[in-house]
Ligand binder design. Sequence first.
Ligand code: PLP
Length: 222
Amino acid sequence: METTATPLDEIHGQIAAAAKLAQRKVEDVTLIAVSKTHPPEAILPLLEQGQRAFGENRVQEAQGKWPALKEQYPDTEVHLIGQLQSNKADDAVALFDCIHSLDRPSLVKALGKAMDKADRRVPCFVQVDVGEEDQKGGCAIGDLPALLKQAEDAGIPVVGLMCIPPLKIEPAPFFALLDKLVTDHGLAGRSMGMSSDFKTAVMMGATHIRVGTALFGKRGSH
Ligand SMILES: *Cc1c(COP(=O)(O)O)cnc(C)c1O
């Protein structure tokens, strides 16, 4: 009998191959399965296969799906990878285990307050606008030192930096830039790499890769 490799198996294989080329340990790379737009029926098979880190980009959508799934699989981590409005900070702190889109002073203020109120410190990545594109969010590189200082003062645990490189350009230089910024600021986490470029990202030091389409298929097909 033949056993078919699942998309999850294949991605694990690709992560392992990229890590080996870069002489990195595969345990140092967390695969975040980006389940945005996908219903619980699509997520459950991955949970059954042992996947425990997931990414969502909307607070409301995540509130509708994750409390029930987490009850079944309590050791699951849900990461917020999309832009966050300051007025949803309380909800985000209550629901998410990690936030990848901290990118501006007003959000630092809101999240700091929300964490104090909930007495819950949610690890955050500061999103950096490596391609100088306004529409994706992210803090300008020049503003990063001040934002990191402000987050520290607000009691927000910043664990690393996140980027979304510009589309249709070779992403490696942007990953190298993020890697350097992380090192320069004495941080450790590098949230970079999606379906199309996670192998490059792993070779360039990613600690968290965010993979949706390669695991779930195209969004909008449900
Ligand atoms: C949707 C999304 C991803 C996943 O993208 P795929 O190309 O489907 O792997 C990763 N990161 C962010 C910030 C996203 O919004």
